[in-house]
Design a protein around this ligand. Structure first.
Ligand code: ZN
Length: 131
């Protein structure tokens, strides 16, 4: 059983929704800024068509930022769905309660610390496969 009571679930939902709104704002802001920079670069390239690597770099950086925000949004969606279905606060891997302190620090956590460390070790992109 999860240690989360309905009141805690409600306040966690509010917190997650607030963060989601903030992230959508950031994504919007980054897109707008990216559009501005792209326009500036296009204007500059019209004068100087030699080198477009810096322009590509700017666009890539913005995409990485958007990617991070979008990724967090997806995790928030998952957390909200888990609250609704009553599985929030349970470790996805071992099914044990995730300590409340961990959820307060990281509301979108899907696993307890032990399982998360194991997951990161086995799913880290550049790790050496051990099988
Ligand atoms: Zn676990």
């Amino acid at each position: 059983m999860t240690s989360f009571n309905p009141q805690q679930s409600t306040s966690m939902k509010a917190r997650l929704r607030e963060r989601a709104t903030q992230l959508r704002g950031e994504i919007q802001h980054t897109l707008e800024r990216s559009a501005d920079e792209t326009h500036v670069r296009i204007a500059e390239q019209a004068r100087d068509t030699e080198d477009d690597s810096f322009s590509n770099l700017v666009v890539d950086l913005n995409l990485a930022e958007i990617d991070r925000d979008a990724d967090e949004l997806r995790r928030i969606d998952t957390a909200l769905a888990r609250i609704n279905e009553g599985s929030y606060g349970l470790c996805e891997s071992c099914g044990q309660d995730i300590p409340e302190a961990r959820l307060q620090a990281e509301p979108t956590a899907l696993r307890c610390v032990k399982c998360q460390e194991l997951y990161e070790r086995t799913h880290a992109g550049n790790g050496t496969p051990r099988l």
